[in-house]
Design a protein around this ligand. Structure first.
Ligand code: ADP
Length: 370
């Protein structure tokens, strides 16, 4: 396998005084893949990105790019390019000269302007090559920043919250554009975001961070469908987290909750009778039925909110659990038997839709204390 653009993080650590922003992170990011790093504000995403770019030194650990140790290699010489959140375009230079600027720094002669125009064509701005940045919309400015980052032919493009300054409409359009560019260029993209739909829509690999560590990393479907811990289940969204006590532990776990629920499902790790566990069930796997009759994989609740969402209806239940409990019901099912505030219902699901949470991280993802 080619190592071009592969990034290896070995015990990468960055401390700022008493704060450990990134704590002994180990990870391999495959060359030519689209990787999204996600986590709440303050979890260490930007610090890790800046260390890969060479804009930040490591307190300890090593970073390899394409198999070569770049821990102490200068920013411009490690085959990376970083696109800043605020684009940082030069207001007094035309688009061509903005994009050609990194080549000028590298001592490239007159041909740099031709290469800049080619790169502007790639981001569909070739026809505006002589304009000034102030004559562009936010989305167009971002394309120029992208072209400027790509002009040096990096092995790795690093993007720090690249879509956060755009409105919803442009954000969705640029998302498609980023994916297309990454596909065309075949280089590694590492994209920092705090928006879950963005990460799962774009990434080959999602890295979920919390308090300076990687809590889970893998393909988006694994992360969304099989969260490791309560933290990941809540942070990625779309899941209900349920607490229960194990009654019987064998090939099949039997458990009950203080909220009157009874559950039976296959274990994902060894458990013993009496143990407190948590599991996740996707909101779209829940069915709601009237009454209070109990069976396995069911929990009683009272409807406290109903929101029509177009293709589905979001129904929130009060269940005596600390966590909120939500069902996404297909539109037709809901309107066949509508529910209203105060209705007593039973939430049911299938045993195969239970994902036992093996990790213990129950954090809320709040920023690190100083
Ligand atoms: P994120 O990108 O996930 O929002 P950051 O990497 O920016 O998080 O920050 C991680 C932690 O490190 C935070 O607690 C932040 O306050 C701290 N931090 C980041 N940069 C510095 C710095 N230059 N000096 C001191 N603390 C910093």
């Amino acid at each position: 396998m080619s190592k071009v653009g592969e990034i290896t993080l070995e015990k990468v650590t960055r401390r700022y005084g008493a704060v450990t922003a990134v704590n002994a992170v180990d990870q391999v990011i495959e060359g030519g893949s689209y990787c999204c790093m996600i986590g709440p504000s303050g979890c260490g995403k930007s610090t890790l990105l800046r260390m890969i770019a060479g804009h930040e030194t490591l307190s300890s650990g090593r970073i390899l790019i394409g198999g070569k140790d770049v821990t102490h290699v200068r920013t411009g010489e490690r085959g990376t390019a970083l696109m800043f959140q605020n684009y940082a375009l030069f207001p007094h230079l035309s688009l061509t000269d903005n994009v050609a600027f990194p080549l000028k720094i590298h001592g490239v002669g007159a041909e740099r302007r031709d290469r800049a125009r080619e790169m502007l064509d790639r981001v569909q701005l070739g026809h505006m090559a002589d304009r000034m940045p102030s004559q562009l919309s936010g989305g167009q400015q971002q394309r120029v920043a992208l072209a400027r980052a790509l002009i040096t032919n990096p092995q790795v493009l690093l993007l720090d919250e690249p879509l956060s300054a755009l409105d919803e409409f442009l954000r969705l359009r640029m998302r498609v554009e980023l994916k297309r560019l990454q596909n065309d260029l075949g280089i590694t993209f590492i994209h920092v975001t705090h928006t879950q739909p963005e990460a799962i829509a774009l990434a080959d690999k999602v890295i979920v961070m919390d308090h300076g560590i990687i809590e889970q990393a893998g393909p988006p479907r694994d992360i969304y469908d099989h969260p490791h811990s309560p933290y990941v289940a809540r942070f990625m969204g779309g899941q209900n987290v349920v607490c229960a006590k194990v009654l019987v532990a064998s090939d099949q776990i039997e458990a009950e909750s203080a909220t009157g629920g009874r559950f039976a499902f296959a274990p994902r790790a060894a458990v013993r009778a009496g143990q407190d566990i948590r599991f996740a069930v996707r909101r779209d796997k829940i069915r709601l039925e009237p009454g209070q009759a109990m069976a396995s994989n069911a929990m009683p609740g009272k409807v406290v909110n109903v929101e029509y969402q177009g293709t589905f209806v979001k129904v929130e239940l009060a269940t005596a659990q600390a966590d909120e409990f939500v069902a996404y019901l297909p539109e037709a099912d809901f309107f066949a038997k509508p529910l209203k505030f105060g209705d007593e219902v039973v939430a049911r699901w299938l045993p195969q839709d239970v994902c036992m949470l093996v990790g213990s991280n129950n954090s809320s993802g709040d920023a690190l204390a100083h």
